[in-house]
Design a protein around this ligand. Structure first.
Ligand code: GCO
Length: 255
């Protein structure tokens, strides 16, 4: 038994949407802390590329190809994990999409797609994982929110509504499952240098506004989430429940 409270050796972690971006880098961070990693994505090619990328640094990751928005796929995926004796001790609900346009222009189908991918999936996958974690008496669930869990800006209403829901789903999971030995918390990224934000990075006006709002005066690096993920996934966070850790360069602290 390690004396290092951040050691994840012997633990299995499933990270949704981890074939690239923030999910991949959080999965890598959890692996570097000792966890056995299950990568997830809808694109088999990207998933294999991510697996091979980790292989190059000596990390043998598993892959699980399923669409987080299809409940039947999720249930079947967990059945496969049961059969492979790979039920996760740690779940990171990271999968998400962004769609930017004036709220007046959104169709209800577009609204549902963002809510289903960014919020409902966390409920469904969280429920499937928690059923197994409760049976074991322990488990860690980390839901990926956003600065948009707290603050709104024009053109991202469905995403913001979903991420606000992630914050309250996190608290709801925490209050229902803490007595069963589970710890459920969230991570709220600020403006990170990711593919999802490329259009923003390319916009000089947006960059100027952002630098005026972020005390750290820079975009976040995608790898800067991994530390919080390892912390919340570890025994160092066994008495932390229902919390959101914002990794935003101080943006939420500033007027
Ligand atoms: C946007 C961004 C935000 C992201 C950002 C802050 O269009 O404002 O995509 O919604 O969530 O990384 O968390």
């Amino acid at each position: 038994m390690s004396n290092n409270p951040f050691d994840l050796s012997g633990k299995t972690a499933l990270v949704t949407g981890s074939s690239r971006g923030l999910g991949f880098l959080m999965a890598r961070g959890l692996a570097r802390a000792g966890a056995r990693i299950i990568l997830n994505g809808v694109d088999v090619g990207r998933l294999e590329a991510a697996k091979n990328s980790l292989k190059q640094e000596g990390i043998d990751a598993e892959t699980l190809n399923f669409d987080v928005t299809h409940e039947a796929d999720v249930i079947a995926a967990f059945a496969r994990l049961d059969q492979r004796n790979m039920v996760p001790d740690i779940l990171v609900n990271n999968a998400g999409i962004q769609l930017r346009k004036p709220l007046l222009d959104f169709t209800s189908d577009e609204w549902r797609k963002v809510i289903d991918t960014n919020l409902t999936s966390a409920f469904i996958i969280g429920r499937e994982a928690a059923q197994r974690m409760v049976a074991r008496g322990h488990g860690k669930i980390i839901n990926i929110g956003s600065l948009a869990s707290e603050l709104a800006r024009p053109t991202v209403a469905p995403y913001t509504a979903a991420k606000g829901g992630i914050k309250m789903l996190t608290r709801s999971m925490a209050v229902e499952w803490a007595s069963k030995g589970l710890q459920v918390n969230g991570i709220g990224p600020g403006y990170m240098l990711t593919d999802m934000n490329q259009a923003l990075m390319d916009n000089a006006e947006f960059n100027s506004w952002l630098m005026s709002r972020v005390p750290a005066k820079r975009w976040g690096k995608p790898e800067e989430l991994a530390g919080a993920a390892v912390f919340l996934a570890s025994s160092a966070a066994d008495y932390i429940n229902g919390q959101m850790i914002y990794i935003d360069g101080g943006m939420l602290a500033a007027m």
